[in-house]
Design a protein. Structure first.
Length: 213
């Protein structure tokens, strides 16, 4: 289930480089819709190359997904209370490791791409006084039940551009779940220990798994 949800995030956010240059990041709802329109087209177009070299998925994620993800903000929220007293250089190392982990994780779940489609919920009116908004979508993966998601986006106050920092699936925050998973080790072993673990996970090769799951 988790892999399916992360796959959805990747599929929604992937886009051709030429299209990325034309996307207006100051309009979060339109941005998400525009990006999603080309996401599946690219995955379909590059399936042969991806199957020949699964590591190519990391390149796609790095070039096309990460510009729409605020990994720094997400990493800092994930660290939460563990930021207190932490060295700035250690936090910087963690953010870099977390970014690499995201790239590898998203690339791995993209190996499970089939032919999912999405339906967007109604557009939420933006509150100019707030820097956080959400975009709701239903993932249509027939004959399975639809998956209800909400992407949380944060606005950069300087540029006015929005980026995704979290995904809520059936009421469960992806960030909160990862925070719960790593909080114990962060508290007991420290930020650098978790960063090292993330770096190791990021270096694992991308493999196609059995579809029998």
């Amino acid at each position: 289930m988790f892999k399916k949800l992360v796959l959805t995030l990747c599929s929604l956010m992937l886009t051709f480089q030429v299209a990325a240059n034309e996307i207006d990041k100051t309009q979060p709802y339109q941005m998400m819709k525009q990006v999603s329109e080309v996401a599946f087209a690219r995955l379909k177009a590059e399936q042969e190359q991806i199957h020949q070299d699964p590591e190519h998925l990391k390149v796609i994620v790095d070039e096309e997904l990460m510009p729409y993800i605020n990994e720094k903000y997400a990493a800092l929220k994930l660290l939460g209370p563990n930021l207190k007293g932490a060295k700035r250089e250690d936090v910087a190392i963690f953010i870099v490791a977390f970014r690499s982990y995201l790239i590898s994780s998203y690339a791995q779940v993209l190996t499970q791409y089939t032919d999912q489609t999405i339906e967007f919920g109604p557009e939420t009116k933006l509150n100019p006084k707030k820097s956080i908004t959400g975009v709701k979508v239903d993932i249509v993966d027939a004959p399975r039940p639809n998956i209800k998601l909400e992407f949380k986006l944060r606005k950069d106050k300087k540029t006015g551009e929005w980026q995704v920092f979290d995904m809520i699936a059936e009421g469960i925050s992806l960030l909160s779940s990862k925070q719960s998973e790593w909080n114990g080790k962060l508290r007991q072993e420290g930020i650098l220990a978790v960063a090292k673990e993330l770096e190791g996970l990021a270096q694992q090769p991308i493999r196609f798994e059995s579809k029998a799951q």
